[in-house]
Design a protein around this ligand. Structure first.
Ligand SMILES: [Fe+2]
Ligand SMILES: [Fe+2]
Length: 239
């Protein structure tokens, strides 16, 4: 392993200060829910604010739970499509060969030759987030937002990994910003279980970028407007 300590950059909290940073907060909302049976819990509570569900952006002051879910789903779709497409573009050699993301961080074979599979796991997590949030929106009587068309500006696998770090940290900030507005406690618990998964993704990717995986004692939150503005740079068209 490299002399990692001196390379860790702890100056950027979650790394969301970069020009291209998107904030990763909201990805964490629902992912864990599926694994702990939270998906069912999410679906069991009565709908609140159902009418506004499909509109994407709710009122600034009091978005409904369904609006918040669709907000989270917008980011989860982006994340899932991002990993799905890149893993079809790059192979294990791209991730683990000379000058690859895996080789740049991990000199020992075990962590290096597992890099591609770790990204597959992140992709699968994002798919699970998309699925459970979509199901919950439907149970609440809303219309889940669909995957959009995206333009992800990376030219090689290292560029992809750098952008991944940006997305994950954006998701962390997004979930942190939206969670306090959730009315239903079951839904909040599920959202927090996803939030922590997004933070784990962000920590792993921070390491790939020579940044401290846990950059600060307190992670910053981002508003819906900030997150959607950041994510919108990569959305070519809705649905
Ligand atoms: Fe996610
Ligand atoms: Fe994630």
């Amino acid at each position: 392993m490299k002399d990692s300590t001196s390379e860790l950059d702890g100056t950027q909290g979650s790394g969301i200060d970069d020009g291209t940073d998107l904030g990763t907060d909201r990805r964490g909302f629902l992912s864990t829910a599926a694994k702990i049976g939270g998906g069912a819990a999410l679906l069991s509570f009565g709908g609140t604010g159902l009418a506004a569900a499909a509109d994407g952006e709710g009122s600034d002051d009091d978005p409904s739970d369904v609006e918040i879910l669709n907000y989270a789903l917008t980011l989860e779709h982006l994340e899932h499509a991002f990993y799905r497409d890149a893993l079809q573009t790059f192979d294990e050699e791209d991730f683990e060969g000379v000058y690859s993301p895996g080789a740049m961080i991990f000199n020992s074979p075990r962590p290096r030759y597992g890099t591609y599979q770790r990204f597959e796991r992140i992709r699968d997590d994002e798919k699970a987030h998309v699925d459970v949030i979509s199901q919950t929106v439907e149970k609440l009587g809303g219309t889940p937002v669909q995957e959009a068309e995206y333009d992800f500006p990376y030219d090689d696998v290292n560029g992809f990994v750098g952008l991944a770090r940006t997305f994950e940290n954006l998701g962390v900030a997004a979930y942190a910003g939206a969670a306090p507005m959730i009315d239903n406690k079951d839904l909040l618990s599920a959202a927090l279980s996803i939030h922590s998964v997004e933070a784990r993704h962000a920590g792993y990717l921070n390491l790939h970028e020579y940044r401290l995986p846990y950059p600060d004692a307190f992670d910053p939150a981002k508003t819906m407007e900030e997150v959607l503005a950041a994510a919108g740079q990569f959305i070519v068209s809705d649905e």
